[in-house]
Design a binder for this molecule. Structure first.
Ligand code: NAP
Length: 299
């Protein structure tokens, strides 16, 4: 298969490039940093510097659409929110236009989304048929999905990757947590009752490859492990895995002060279960957080 990936140089995308090339697929990555693609994604990966360079006669079998500015890095000013939206929704609109122009349409589009789609409902279990929330993260995910929706009318099988916290020792949330925990300064966040719906990087990759290949898979898929934990449980399991104490609490007001609206990403969470993936027969290698962390951190 020839697969086009937007956001292929990112934490998730790089791993996917490696997994796809390892099984013999041809990968093309769209990147604003073409000089980085060989080192981040692999020497065999082709590169387009912009979607504008994708010509109608260049056939690809599948597209994985992950590009987007990092969510938590910068304060959510009105301008930053627009950048977050444009880098996902705007780019996806453009992608749909390019698919429309393609002489031969790709068979499948797996388009990015996140569990933030469900908004803030602390006690509810969110399966794929739950309604979207109304906070900024939820609106961002909803618009991102809506931008990809016309793919269906173009005869392209469409799957939404409603991704949870991808645990990867090389980056993302886990890497950010490691240093304070290693120093014995690990802490639960706020009251620690918020849900953390996570997935081991290897299960994420396996799930995406499965959704690429499974001709019957379409619609929304929660990419989260079946064992959801609270932040307090996550904190204890991570501390135990590292053989370090986690005696502290970072109060909610401190996070609110430092992060503003973005503190919601840490202080609220969604209890999300992967009903659609399990229904398609997907089996998790790491359904359990202790085993996942022990594997990632080689303990
Ligand atoms: N990691 C997680 O736990 C997680 C959870 C839920 C959802 N997601 C979503 O999944 C996607 C991939 O996640 P990730 O962790 O791999 O993200 P990442 O490491 O931040 O990578 C994002 C990628 O998007 C591209 N990008 C960034 N800003 C762009 C812009 N303005 N225009 C075009 N491309 C842009 C970058 O490519 P170039 O710099 O090469 O152009 C980069 O490779 C993101 O959209 C993220 O929101 C991630």
């Amino acid at each position: 298969m020839h697969i086009l990936i937007t956001g292929g140089t990112g934490l998730i995308g790089r791993r996917l490039c490696a997994a796809l090339t390892a099984r013999g697929d041809q990968v093309t990555v769209v990147s604003r940093r073409p000089h980085m693609v060989a080192s981040l994604c692999g020497a065999d990966v082709r590169v387009l510097t912009s979607l504008d360079d994708w010509q109608p006669d260049q056939h690809v079998d599948a597209i994985i659409n992950l590009a987007g500015e990092p969510i938590i890095d910068k304060a959510w000013s009105a301008r930053r929110k627009q950048v977050l939206l444009d880098s996902r929704v705007g780019l996806t609109h453009k992608l749909i236009e390019k698919i429309r122009q393609a002489q031969i349409k790709p068979r499948v589009l797996l388009s990015g989304s996140a569990i933030g789609y469900y908004g803030i409902h602390p006690e509810e279990i969110n399966y794929e048929d739950a309604a979207a929330g109304d906070d900024f993260s939820a609106m961002l995910c909803k618009q991102w999905e809506e931008a990809a929706a016309p793919a269906k009318e173009l005869g392209v099988r469409l799957g939404y990757l409603r991704t949870g916290l991808v645990l990867d020792e090389a980056g993302g949330v886990l890497k950010k947590m490691l240093l304070p925990f290693q120093w014995g300064l690990g802490s639960r966040l706020g009251n620690g009752k918020q849900w953390m719906s996570w997935i081991h990087r290897q299960d994420y990759q396996r799930a995406v490859l499965r959704l690429l290949d499974d001709e019957q898979a379409h619609g929304a898929f929660n990419l989260t492990a079946p064992m959801v934990v609270t932040n307090a449980e996550f904190t204890q399991i991570l501390a135990h895995t590292l053989h370090r104490p986690a005696l502290f609490t970072t109060p909610a007001f401190v996070l609110n002060l430092v992060l503003g609206e973005r503190a919601d990403l840490l202080l609220t969470g969604q209890k999300v279960l992967p009903k659609a993936l399990l229904a398609r027969g997907f089996q998790f290698e790491f359904p359990d957080l202790s085993a996942a962390l022990a594997n990632l951190l080689k303990r």
